[in-house]
Design a protein around this ligand. Structure first.
Ligand code: COA
Length: 265
């Protein structure tokens, strides 16, 4: 049976054989996460959590190019320090709702997972990526830092040295490199294979008791539950970058399709 929830503007949601698939539908902007999309993701996770016909979740992006190419830079460009801090805290809350979802959530990474898109994938319980996908946290190139939990979850996922290298260089890595680092669970050759693999994992999990599965999620998350201060620090510093000239320069340079000229202030 397939059911579709149609009230979302930036997402499509289908429920089939107990698996709810959330697809971010902003392909013309490489599925960049604007505020409205973040709000809808939070609402969708809440609704799926309460919907007895869904036992698990796949999050993916529309098209074959991008999972999500980050927070929406056109929106970020206009933020001051206070609004940027709030924006960061809001993104962190949305992604925490994914991480704490009692039903298993897999990111089906179908293309670019950059910035907030990479952070979205990191908030999911597992990541399966198509071979052509690219991962990265390129915020420094825009004069800012990851603000949706990336400094915390990437460190949890791949350790400090590699996290610092990836975030400070802003480099993109391939799906295969991401797998070697432990950021990705599985890499598959094609988009068809991507959804097949996600379904295979979720169907296997569905044969076990859902209460026990939810307790596994909660128990594993508890390993990191004392690290609240790291998220607060990240939001405060993300906000602080928004009052710098480099932040405006970095964001404007992207929107004007030119190289930024950072001054260190
Ligand atoms: N926010 C807002 N718009 C974005 C975006 C983002 N994070 N990422 C891409 N877009 C938009 C582009 O502005 C462009 O819009 P336009 O057609 O109206 O000009 C459209 O999506 C296509 O992107 P484009 O850059 O032309 O595609 P590309 O194939 O040349 O490059 C990327 C792809 C992913 C390398 C490039 O889009 C990119 O670097 N994006 C930003 C990544 C980033 O810094 N994310 C962190 C944000 S905090």
């Amino acid at each position: 049976m397939t059911s579709t929830l149609n009230k979302y503007k930036n997402l499509s949601i289908d429920i089939e054989e107990g698996i709810a698939t959330i697809t971010i539908c902003r392909a013309s902007k490489l599925n960049a996460l604007n505020y409205a999309t973040l709000e809808e993701i939070q609402l969708a996770i809440q609704e799926i959590q309460e919907n007895p016909s869904a036992s698990s979740v796949i999050i993916t992006g529309e098209g074959s190019k991008a999972f999500a190419a980050g927070a929406d830079i056109a929106e970020l460009a206009n933020l001051d320090e206070i609004k940027a801090k709030r924006y960061s805290q809001h993104g962190q809350d949305v992604f925490a709702s994914i991480e704490n979802c009692p039903k298993p959530v897999i990111a089906a990474v179908n293309g670019y997972a950059l910035g907030g898109g990479c952070e979205l994938a990191l908030a999911c319980h597992m990541r399966v990526a198509v071979e052509s996908a690219k991962f990265g946290l390129p915020e420094v190139k825009l004069g800012t830092i990851p603000g949706f939990g990336g400094t915390q979850r990437l460190t949890q996922s791949i350790g400090k040295a590699k996290t610092l290298e990836l975030i400070m260089t802003g480099d993109m890595i391939t799906a295969q490199e991401a797998k070697e680092l432990g950021l990705v669970n599985h890499v598959v050759p094609t988009h068809d294979e991507l959804y097949r693999k996600c379904r295979e994992i979720l169907m296997k999990i569905a044969t076990s008791g859902p209460l026990a599965v939810s307790m596994v999620i909660s128990s594993v998350n508890a390993v990191y539950s004392s690290q609240e201060r790291g998220y607060q620090k990240e939001a405060a510093l993300f906000g602080a970058t928004a009052k710098t000239a480099d932040f405006k320069e970095g964001m404007n340079a992207f929107l004007e399709k030119r190289k930024p000229n950072f001054k260190g202030r």
